[in-house]
Design a protein around this ligand. Sequence first.
Ligand code: MG
Length: 449
Amino acid sequence: MSKLMVSVSGIRGVFGEGITPEVVMKYASHFGVFCKRGTIVVGRDSRTSGETLRNAVVSGLLSVGCKVVDLGIVSTPTLLLAVEESDAKGGICITASHNTAEWNALKLIDENGLFLFPERAKALFATFENEIEYAEWDNLKGVKYDYKAAARHIYRILKIPYIDLEKIRSREFKVVLDSVNGAGGTISPFLLDQLGCEVIELNTEPTGHFAHDPEPLAKNLTQICQAVKEHKADLGFATDPDVDRLSIISEKGEAIGEEYSLLLATDYVLSKNKGDVVTNLSSSMAFEDIANKYGVNVHRTKVGEINVGKKMIEVKSPIGGEGNGGVICPEVHYTRDAPAGMALILGLLAERGKKVSELVEEIPKYYICKERIEVEPSKLDRVMEKAELLFADRKLDRTDGLKVIGDDYWIHIRKSGTEPIVRIYVESVSQEDADKKGKDTVEALLKGL
Ligand code: MG
């Protein structure tokens, strides 16, 4: 039986087990009070439990006197942007992101349109023991429906000042799009149409019945890879259910790996707009290579887009994000935004006049191995203690979990903020070496656990 996972980024669980209407209603009520009973914007991805949980969230918010603006099924970046653009006091995003269909979650958004900073989330948690004070019957408000948020999001992307729309449109790119029947179908086909692309749509109905494992990793993208080849497309775009992670498929029908979404977008943006760039500790060393090409610095933060976004605001970064396909383009909003990423990648292709595989070739190649250890939640700390002992004699960075820094490799070991797992990421100069280091680390950490 999976339990409710509570973390600073929200609550998450399997529907009917960890996450239930009762749980989310109470949570939403506390959040409504925390946001001074103001207007709250609500949206969800396409999961089958989404409508049920949306109703509970809306009831919780209304019961304490909040006004609700309901965006329906939208991408997470669309929702964050809508909160920023409005005078709402907060937002609730109902999505379990890349998790499989039985999961769902609530993510909380502050009035500035960014996810709640950890310190704000902790302040909210502290109110959970309080009795909920419901609004008086004559002070209850209602729901306003707003189905234009995706259109405003597209408009904002098309207004990115350095993108040459006519150049992109003149190329008439043939693009295969896989939205895995998540929320992507509500925005991506329309954006690509605006960019003059011929779009071959796969899984763009937001039914919540995911066509494959929804995490946009190469191993889950066989259908789109095949379709790119069959249709002789210029490239393919795949997104996770809430559309903040982007994966690219080359014209050869190969999933080039999520890391390249940020790398290629960064190469493009820095050629237009120089400034320090920001990514997390788990992203590729190739990020430094691209930054060096343009003579700018790289800032590395803890994993989690809020940490990257916060640093980007601080250093006025023109581009940043996470190696898991999370491109943050501040001209749109400080959040991981797959549609914005698509526009940047098409801008790059149009401008350089090269194919995806040729652009990938230009970037120094490193190899990543992503491992995970699933253990009982009570043993997670024990795994981290073992990692400390195992690598005690190495150069270490403890900004976020444990990062072992070698001359031409790194190993990053950290507890997931959202699931009962320890993630182990290794990057090295060969796949063989990365895989070996990943496997050896997992074995050593599991031994005698
Ligand atoms: Mg996501």
